[in-house]
Design a protein around this ligand. Structure first.
Ligand SMILES: NC(=O)c1ccc[n+]([C@@H]2O[C@H](COP(=O)([O-])OP(=O)(O)OC[C@H]3O[C@@H](n4cnc5c(N)ncnc54)[C@H](OP(=O)(O)O)[C@@H]3O)[C@@H](O)[C@H]2O)c1
Length: 266
C-alpha cells in the first residue's frame, strides 16, 4: 500500500536520496526544506525544524491534504566542528535545536495522529557519533546521543499504540553535510587546540568526502519503511566504522578514548 511519508531535510544528501527513492516506489512523499522548491516527484513544504510552529503547520498541511501520516523521517541536521571548551552558546544552541529539538518537534507533532490511527513509523537519524563521542564534534555527538536516548524511550512509550521507532546510525557519507559544517573560529585560532583541530578536521573531511553515497542509506530507509517489524537500530557504515562500533562496546572506556585520539590525531 502507498504510504504518506514526511521527511525533513529533503533538499540534499540522505533526505533527497530517500525522498526520491520512496516517491519512485509510488509513496506520497512530503519533503521539507527551509527554502522549498518545486520537485517532480516530492511535494516540498517550508519547514525550519527548530521552530515548533513551522513543524506544526507542515504536519497539519499533510493531514489536511491526505488525512493521515504513516511515516515520519527526522533527518534534517547539521554539524558544528570545534573544541567543547570553546564552543559558544549560540553554536551549542544551533546544534541542539537543529538536530535534537528538530527531531523532538517533528515526533511531538506527528504522534497524536499516529496514535489515533493506531499505526505509524518514526525513523530518526542518529550517527556513528551517537554511539561514541567524536573529538572536535562533541556537541554534534551530544545531539545524536540525545536522539538515541529519546528514541529508545519513545519506542517503549508508543509501541502499544502501533507506532514503531527506529534509529539510523550512518558512518561517513558524501553529502552536503561536510560543506555546511560550521567550524568554530575560536578553536581554529586557539593556541591550545588550533593545530590539533585542523589535523582532525582534515581526517574528518577526507573520510566524509570519500564516504558512501547517500543512495546506500536511502535503501536502508526504504527497508525500514517496508519492514513488518522494524528493528530499533540500523548502523549503516563501512567495515572499519562498523568495527569501531564493536570496539566501543568491548574495549575499556579509556582504551577506546586512546583509539579515538590516535585515529583523529588529537
Ligand atoms: N553525511 C554524513 O556523513 C552523516 C553521517 C551521520 C549522520 N548524518 C546525519 O544525516 C542527516 C542528514 O544529513 P546529510 O548528510 O544528508 O546532510 P546535508 O546534505 O547537508 O542535508 C541536510 C538537510 O537538512 C536540512 N536542514 C538543515 N538545517 C535545517 C533546519 N533548521 N530546518 C530544516 N531543515 C534543515 C537541509 O535543508 P535546507 O538547508 O534546505 O533547509 C538539508 O536538506 C543529518 O541529521 C546528519 O546529522 C550525516
Amino acid at each position: 500500500m502507498n504510504k504518506i511519508i514526511l521527511i525533513t531535510g529533503a533538499s540534499s544528501g540522505f533526505g533527497k536520496a530517500a525522498a526520491e527513492r520512496l516517491a519512485a516506489r509510488g509513496h506520497i512523499v512530503y519533503g521539507t526544506s527551509r527554502k522549498p522548491f518545486l520537485h517532480e516527484t516530492v511535494r516540498f513544504l517550508q519547514m525550519d525544524v527548530r521552530d515548533a510552529e513551522s513543524v506544526k503547520t507542515g504536519v497539519e498541511t499533510i493531514i489536511e491534504r491526505e488525512g493521515r501520516i504513516d511515516v515520519a523521517i527526522c533527518n534534517a541536521g547539521m554539524g558544528i566542528g570545534g573544541s567543547l571548551e570553546m564552543a559558544t552558546h549560540e553554536e551549542i544552541e544551533l546544534q541542539m535545536q537543529t538536530n535534537f529539538m528538530g527531531c523532538v518537534n517533528v515526533c511531538q507533532q506527528v504522534l497524536p495522529y499516529m496514535r489515533k490511527q493506531r499505526s505509524g513509523r518514526i525513523i530518526n537519524l542518529s550517527s556513528i557519533g551517537g554511539v561514541m563521542g567524536l573529538p572536535y564534534q562533541g556537541f554534534y555527538s551530544a545531539s545524536k546521543f540525545a536522539i538515541e536516548g529519546f528514541s529508545e524511550a519513545l519506542s517503549a512509550e508508543v509501541k502499544g499504540y502501533g507506532v514503531t521507532v527506529s534509529i539510523v546510525e550512518p558512518g561517513d557519507f558524501k553529502t552536503g553535510f561536510t560543506a555546511s559544517r560550521k567550524n568554530s573560529d575560536a578553536t581554529m585560532q586557539s593556541e591550545a587546540y588550533g593545530e590539533s583541530f585542523r589535523r582532525s578536521l582534515q581526517i574528518i573531511e577526507k573520510e566524509e568526502n570519500g564516504g558512501l553515497a547517500p543512495e546506500v542509506l536511502a535503501k536502508t530507509i526504504e527497508r525500514i519503511v517496508n519492514a513488518r517489524c522494524p528493528k530499533l537500530r540500523y548502523p549503516v557504515a563501512n567495515l572499519e566504522q562498523r568495527l569501531s562500533i564493536l570496539l566501543h562496546t568491548i574495549l575499556p572506556g579509556n582504551m577506546f578514548v586512546n583509539v579515538l585520539r590516535s585515529y583523529y590525531k588529537v
